[in-house]
Design a protein around this ligand. Structure first.
Ligand code: AMP
Ligand code: GLY
Length: 426
């Protein structure tokens, strides 16, 4: 059978690559895909992004089901439109995707359903926001309500920074409609981890845990990015934390969404802050898989992802389990010069090493031109490796990453350090 993955990033490359390993798959179409998906066996790029045209394509090619990668089409209602056309699609509806598309919605939902999260206030009036800030102390966090591609969160170390962030969003409209409302919330401390599950509206199937590195610089310094690397599993998610995440976060989401008449289907991502006592609070929800977390998670997935998604589409996720490679996986993102603010594109990526069983280079911002591989976005590649420990996966990923060349390449040198430090402590 043939299936379709919508999106063009490293996440979609990893999902499509894993789906294509299924013995039942002839082709995985990727719309629009990137240079990596174009070169991969059994993957075929389709240059379509318009939802109506995608529906026509799926009908014409008798695609069995579609998996949606990124948040933008989900927030635009792609799942609702596919379903209305009678097509099978894995992802949340527009109503359910508000958990990511509106931070104000997500916070109100969490309060309503008793899901632990930072205390907050929400404002669309700039004067009221400043007045409230005057009663608070730094550090404090200012977030744009809407989707802002990782640029909507300011962790303000001083009140001046917090006031400036409010002005940038509410007064100067620097993030457009996404910043027309802001959520101002309490600063949380602890260790972050990514907790992702598959949902069928009723049941959930937890995926392997992971941890992302969001800052551009080593030691978690500098600007926030979409993610500079990730690894799986994340040892901070102990079995106790795992149980709490399901009980205190994921199940209340499922129940709350069902009660609201908008059952949650698709991947669900809870970004958690875990304190020293193992207490958890939700930093954010995403209505999709994380990028780059998906890359190491897909490297570790041994079960047939096609079968898992079929169960999700049939409402029988309670009838399956996922088998994981017991090795750790770690991915290092190679980003373009100027990322995250002003990434330069069009640089030539020199010959890449061949993928192997324990190392895969997932593409994100790449395209082919005249048989040359060119950079075409902020995050260019994610070199992902398996190893018997995080340390060994890290070594292999960096051995490869160091030898990939393009002008202005940026990467962190410490992906996985928290897991490795934790090992040293025990
Ligand atoms: P978000 O998009 O909401 O996950 O925010 C992006 C990043 O900002 C998170 O991964 C955290 O590193 C940081 N962050 C967000 N909210 C908070 C908070 N309440 N306290 C501390 N850091 C936060
Ligand atoms: N890596 C974080 C995210 O996908 O939002």
């Amino acid at each position: 059978m043939n299936i379709l993955v919508v999106g063009s990033g490293g996440r979609e490359h990893a999902l499509a690559w894993r789906l294509a390993q299924s013995s039942r798959i002839a082709r995985v179409y990727v719309a629009p895909g990137n240079a990596g998906t174009q070169a991969e066996k059994n993957l075929v790029n389709v240059p379509i992004t318009d939802i109506k045209l995608l529906i026509e394509f799926v009908r014409r090619e008798a695609i069995v089901f579609t998996v949606i990668g990124p948040e933008a089409p989900l927030a635009a209602g792609i799942v609702d439109q596919f379903r209305a056309a009678g097509l099978k699609v894995f992802g949340p509806t527009q109503a359910a995707a508000q958990l990511e598309a509106s931070k104000d919605f997500a916070k109100a939902f969490m309060v309503q359903h008793g899901i632990p999260t930072a205390a907050y206030r929400s404002f669309s009036d700039v004067v009221a926001a400043h007045a409230w800030l005057d009663t608070q102390q730094a550090p404090i966090v200012v977030k744009a309500d809407g989707l802002a591609a990782g640029k909507g969160v300011v962790v303000a170390q001083t009140m001046a920074e917090a006031h400036a962030a409010v002005d940038a969003m509410l007064q100067d409209n620097q993030l457009g409609q996404a910043g027309a409302r802001v959520v101002i919330e309490e600063f949380l401390t602890g260790e972050e981890a990514s907790f992702m599950v598959m949902c069928d509206g009723e049941h959930v199937l937890p995926l392997a845990t992971s941890q992302d590195h969001k800052r551009i610089g080593d030691g978690d310094t500098g600007e926030n990015t979409g993610g500079m690397g990730a690894y799986s599993p994340a040892p901070v998610i102990t079995p106790e934390v795992h149980a709490r995440a399901l009980r205190e976060v994921i199940m209340p989401v499922m129940l709350g969404m069902k009660q609201a008449g908008t059952p949650y289907t698709g991947f669900l991502y809870a970004g958690l802050m875990i304190d020293a006592q193992g207490g958890i609070r939700v930093l954010e929800f995403n209505c999709r898989m994380g990028d780059p977390e998906t890359q190491p998670i897909m490297m570790r997935m041994k079960s047939d992802l096609v079968t898992l998604i079929e169960h999700a589409l049939d409402g029988t996720l309670d009838k399956v389990e996922v088998e994981w490679d017991r090795r750790a996986a770690l991915g290092v993102v190679l980003a373009a010069q100027g990322y995250p603010m002003l990434p330069r594109t069009g640089d030539v990526v020199e010959a890449l090493p061949v993928d192997r069983e324990d190392m895969h280079i997932f593409h994100a911002g790449t395209r082919w031109q005249d048989k040359k591989l060119l950079t075409s976005g902020g995050r260019v590649l994610c070199v992902t490796a398996l190893g018997d420990s995080v340390k060994l996966a890290q070594r292999l990923a960096y051995d490869v990453a160091e030898n990939v060349h393009f002008l202005g390449k940026q990467m962190r040198h410490d992906i996985g350090y928290r897991a490795i430090d934790r090992k040293k402590l025990v």
